[in-house]
Design a binder for this molecule. Structure first.
Ligand SMILES: Nc1ncnc2c1ncn2[C@@H]1O[C@H](COP(=O)(O)OP(=O)(O)OP(=O)(O)O)[C@@H](O)[C@H]1O
Length: 575
């Protein structure tokens, strides 16, 4: 478990944990030596032929050292515990930000919630509380046994063998329970999934009530109940097995001592001294066993966390061969070059050999029938995924070579599933450019059509958005995202008119934002309303994952083709 923790911790936190482990191990060694010396002092006191005084002095010195080292270790433990949890949270956050979005299926999302909110905070108690008794149970008997060699080396070997056997039995019991615990965790992940689904399906359930709607949830929760019972049940045989083993080992060591006393190879005072130590070690091992359940739980959490952290992130390649230089259709400088890009979800092809350029300044519209791959293409430009073949260059640099901050700095998005932080309207807009002044922030909010909303709220820009923006309407959420993009004024802005939040006013605002941003940067807008893109510098027509036409509105309407069909369909559906 320590090994896994060291592997996944960032170097600074791993260094602190190593220092704590060293302090705790030193304390456990001193504890063991002190115990061994107690046995020797008892022997010397009972044995008329030897003096206990030098041993008492040694015992006092070691005990003092133990108290000091233990004190330092204990003071460090809580600091390292909270530092470990914090480092793991940050590591988890950084890693999640680099995973391809295809990884985030509902089961894994439920696993992340569980790991981040419950698992990682619980891991804090490993360095803070559990590591000390775990090391004591292992290291102290060994150190005590070695100290006993001053009295009787055969007992040293016997105690070392007994410790190894007890350790093996405890591991066996905990491995058995670990398998059941992993099963319980899977069942509970499934239940979390069902609870989330049940909550998010409430609108559907209330308008289309069917009695069996909650049956998947019920059976998942029943599965958790059964798995938890099984899991609790496995702790008891493990504890009984370990307790029995300890008693047998203790009895075996007493029998060994009696045999040695009978054979006159050990004195009675020596036997008493050894048994005093062994009795104390048995108590320490029994206390360690009571922690087994806690350690097993932590081991399960750590294994799941390591599983997430071991998932390969979107690769960053260091070098790509320079491609031929390209010019935008207007002859100006190119900001984006999509070069024979193909992509599919789970091997189902969605985009095939798509090539186009976006100028450094100007408005490009992406149009096409539903399912033609428009959103997918925009997601590839924001590097939510990587193309299966081909490449996308931003300012001449392959997206796969950019570090995430560079990429995030170069792109702003207003997409269908944009998320608002559980903060205020102002803070969500400010994410676009944290250093923006209050006046710039207010101007962006105004340009995104938020002034009426803000004026109607008692706290104005400081009004809360709720988790994911739940306290705002769909249209208001979209306006906050538009304001964020306006404030950012990134070199490349990706806009999706978002059919779900579409209303004439929002369409007008998106269109105005696109026009405005296109004067300073490049804008790609997925357009559902063709009236808003008649002025676009370039229109790309996507059909079944291929670009079938490109050009201006005037040029495309003048020639037969997919665009003419789209315009005709749109005119037919417009009021
Ligand atoms: N996450 C996903 N996993 C699997 N398939 C997906 C995923 N997202 C989209 N698809 C599929 O990819 C294809 C293209 O979808 P995409 O959303 O890119 O089209 P679109 O042109 O944006 O459609 P619309 O105009 O309806 O939003 C569709 O067949 C869709 O079912």
């Amino acid at each position: 478990m320590l090994r896994t923790l060291y592997r996944i911790l960032p170097p600074a936190a791993a260094g602190q944990l190593a220092a704590l482990t060293a302090w705790l191990a030193a304390a456990a060694v001193l504890h063991g030596i002190a115990l061994g010396l107690v046995g020797i002092v008892v022997t010397a006191s009972l044995d008329s032929g030897s003096s206990a005084t030098p041993w008492l002095v040694a015992l006092g010195t070691v005990a003092l050292g133990f108290v000091i080292v233990q004190w330092v270790a204990q003071m460090t433990a809580f600091r390292v515990g909270s530092g470990t949890a914090r480092a793991l949270h940050l590591r988890l956050g950084d890693h999640l930000a680099q995973l391809p979005l295809s990884w985030f299926n509902p089961t894994r999302q439920a696993g992340i919630i569980d790991t981040a909110t419950t698992g990682v905070p619980q891991l804090m108690s490993f360095p803070a509380i559990l590591l000390r008794p775990a090391l004591t149970a292992l290291v102290t008997p060994a150190a005590a046994a070695l100290t006993l060699a001053l009295l009787d080396w055969r007992f040293t070997l016997a105690v070392l063998a007994a410790t190894a056997l007890a350790w093996y039995v405890s591991r066996y019991a905990s491995r058995l329970a670990g398998v059941i615990d992993a099963r319980r965790h899977r069942t509970s992940g499934e239940a979390t999934n069902r609870v989330l689904e049940y909550a998010s399906r409430q609108p559907l359930i209330r308008t289309d009530q069917r009695p069996d709607d909650a049956s998947a949830l019920h059976s998942a929760l029943e599965g958790v109940r059964r798995a938890s019972l099984r899991s609790a049940g496995t702790v008891i045989p493990g504890l009984l097995l370990f307790g029995l083993t300890l008693n047998i080992l203790f009895a075996g060591l007493i029998a060994f001592g009696i045999a040695r006393v009978t054979g006159e190879s050990l004195t009675v005072p020596g036997f008493v001294g050894v048994i005093v130590v062994v009795a104390r070690l048995t108590a320490i091992a029994a206390a360690g066993a009571e922690l087994a359940a806690g350690l097993r739980l932590q081991h399960g959490i750590l294994t799941r966390l390591a599983g997430i952290l071991d998932t390969p992130p979107l690769p960053r390649i260091s070098e790509v061969p320079a491609g031929p230089s390209v010019e935008s259709p207007g002859g100006g400088a190119v900001l984006v070059h999509a070069d024979r890009v193909s992509f599919g979800y789970d091997h189902t092809p969605v985009l095939a050999e798509v090539s186009f350029t976006l100028p450094r300044r100007g408005l490009t519209a992406l149009v096409g029938p539903s399912g033609s791959g428009k959103t997918t293409l925009v997601r590839l430009l924001a590097r939510f995924w990587d193309p299966t073949s081909g490449r996308i260059l931003l300012d001449g640099v392959d997206l796969r070579t950019l570090d995430p901050d560079q990429l995030a700095g170069g792109i702003a998005t207003v997409l269908q599933d944009d998320y608002l932080l559980d903060s205020t309207i102002g803070e969500n807009i400010r994410l676009g450019r944290p250093e923006a002044s209050e006046a710039e922030l207010a101007a962006a909010a105004g340009a995104a059509g938020l002034d009426t909303t803000i004026a109607g709220l008692p706290d104005g820009l400081d009004s809360p958005t709720g988790p994911g923006g739940a306290q705002l309407s769909g249209g208001q959420r979209q306006r906050v995202c538009i304001a964020r993009a306006l404030l950012k004024a990134a070199p490349l802005t990706l806009l999706d008119e978002a059919t779900s939040a579409l209303d004439p006013e929002n369409t007008r605002l998106i269109s105005a934002a696109a026009r405005r941003l296109a004067t300073t940067g490049s804008v790609l807008v997925i357009a559902h309303n063709l009236d808003t893109i008649t002025h676009a510098d370039q229109i790309l027509v996507l059909d079944q994952g291929r670009i079938v036409q490109r050009g201006t509105h005037a040029a495309l309407t003048a020639q037969p083709g997919r665009y003419q069909d789209l315009v005709r369909d749109h005119a037919g559906s417009s009021p």
